[in-house]
Design a protein. Sequence first.
Length: 216
Amino acid sequence: AGDMDFKVAGTDEGVTALQMDIKVAGIKREIMQKALEQARKGRLYILKEMSKALAEPRKELSKHAPRIKFIQINPDKIRDIIGPFGKTIKSIIEQTGVKIDIEENGLIKLSSVDANKMDMAIAMIKKITQEAEIGQIYMGKVKKVVDFGAFVEIFPGTEGLVHISQLSDHRVRNVRDIVKEGDDILVKVIEIDEQGKIRLSRKAALKDNNKKHSQK
């Protein structure tokens, strides 16, 4: 007794893994066959008992199961996530309870047992790190009005210029006749130069928006 330690794992369709440790020089084929048959019967019995509690694998994880997700951000945005003296990331962690680890390459690892809190943390991070995309339309806020146009914030920390020629489809003599500071306006990103400066168009955004509504 004790000359062989035999472990078998598998499904009702067959063996998926096995481990055998023996203290003798070898074993006979008949012993191996008998061990595999005993393991098969034992495996099928255990699977049958398990199916009484759970007939099939859950389509979704339990809401209490640990979760790990990864998101990639622009490394230049890491400082925005951390915030002054770590204020921003601490706030996200306090509000959601999600553990957050940030790599230098911009890879963020989030760990939580609460799926809703995980989604909340991801949404907060994406809101901070989102970047303007050419062709996209945003609801922005007019931050400053100048003679040649208006500077509009399309999301926190990101502003672009709507040149006076892009405010309306008709000639505009005075920017303040169309917009004023604090106004919420639709704008479309029409260009991002090599320095990252963003050109916006209210005229193009309204045209696209009207076209979308006319097709409904």
